[in-house]
Design a protein around this ligand. Structure first.
Ligand code: PHE
Length: 338
């Protein structure tokens, strides 16, 4: 029996050595160590052995099983190494990698985030409202009479239902005061729509950021201080800001804000950056009617509001000469803001 076992071992090692692949190796394993394999078959002879021989042959069987298992393992590793080497053949690990293009935020998003960040430091909370609006929220509640040119079909997108695409974010002033008691201090960034011809400075869809602060004793000085702070944080500490009297139906007094800025290749000049003013008492009266209470009675509260074009601000900040670049998704333009 001992010779038989020795023969099995040498046959097994030969077969394993000759195996040229995973499958042949497995066949060898089954042929020798499998349930019906030769070593297993040989071990059934144990029962005919004498008491003295049994442990000796038993040990031999174990040693043989161990040797064959080891040889199988070693061969498996060798085959794997060979496969790895073949796979790496011709692969030059010193070649530089392919560049990754991680992408970056759109300049408008960057500018909006920055503006929101500055205004949050002043205590403004984010508010929002729908882009499809009622005439009430867009015009009537904002003291804009029916004959006002902004309400014209030529300037505003109307739906058959009589609703419209909001022409400014001032609608959010109204919605905020309708749903929240004073004091309120909110900003509302978002899209607005006007029937403008597309050119270098106009798109029918653009972005505004509205601000509203209403409390018991808000004054023009508060408005000036807040917006001066904003434009200095946005364009640099040394930025001069001026308030020019203007007219908006929903604020009185009203101003346009100019900042003195130096655009690339230009001398410093005054550039209009926002509209603003003290909320008109007529607006507060509309809010009282709509709410059915007197919390916003013009004898009790005052407030300021402002609105600025974010696209315009981005164009000024980065010297972008054509607003259309902001919507064309041209990577050559957008990657400059990475
Ligand atoms: N809604 C005005 C516009 O679109 C801007 C504005 C907002 C002016 C708030 C005054 C107060 O031009």
């Amino acid at each position: 029996m001992k010779e038989e076992i020795a023969k099995i071992q040498s046959d097994a090692l030969t077969a394993i050595g000759a195996a040229s692949g995973e499958q042949e190796l497995d066949e060898a394993r089954i042929a020798f160590l499998g349930k019906k394999g030769r070593l297993t078959a040989a071990s059934t002879g144990m029962k005919d052995l004498s008491k003295e021989e049994k442990p000796v042959v038993g040990q031999l069987l174990n040693a043989t099983r161990g040797a064959i298992t080891e040889a199988l393992e070693a061969k498996r590793n060798a085959l794997q190494d060979e496969a790895d080497r073949a796979a790496l053949e011709g692969l030059d690990l010193t070649l530089p990698g392919r560049p990754l293009h991680p992408g970056n935020l759109h300049p408008l998003t960057q500018l909006g985030d920055r503006a929101i960040g500055i205004l949050r430091r002043l205590g403004f909370a984010l508010a929002e409202g729908p882009e499809i609006e009622t005439e009430f929220h867009c015009f009537d509640a904002l003291n804009t009479p029916p004959e006002h040119p902004a309400r014209n079909e030529k300037d505003t997108f109307y739906f058959d239902s009589g609703k419209l695409l909001r022409t400014h974010t001032s609608t959010v002033q109204v919605r905020t005061m309708e749903t929240q008691p004073p004091p309120v201090r909110v900003i509302a960034p978002g899209s607005c729509y006007r029937r403008d011809e597309v050119d270098k400075t106009h798109l029918p869809v653009f972005n505004q950021l509205e601000g509203l602060y209403v409390d018991t004793d808000v004054q023009v000085g508060d408005l000036k201080g807040a917006l001066e702070f904003f434009y200095r944080a946005m364009f640099g500490e040394e930025t001069e800001v001026r308030f020019r009297p203007h007219f908006f139906p929903f604020t009185e007094p009203s101003f346009e804000i100019d900042a003195r800025l130096q655009l690339e290749g230009h001398d410093p000049e005054w550039i209009e950056v926002a509209g603003c003013g003290m909320v008109d008492p007529a607006v507060f009266e509309e809010i009282c009617k709509s709410r059915g209470d007197e919390l916003y009675h013009p004898d009790k509260v005052t407030g300021y509001a402002f609105g600025m074009g974010l696209d315009r601000l981005a164009m000024i900040k980065w010297g972008i000469k054509d607003i259309r670049l902001l919507i064309e998704n041209d990577a050559r333009f957008l990657t400059q803001f990475a």
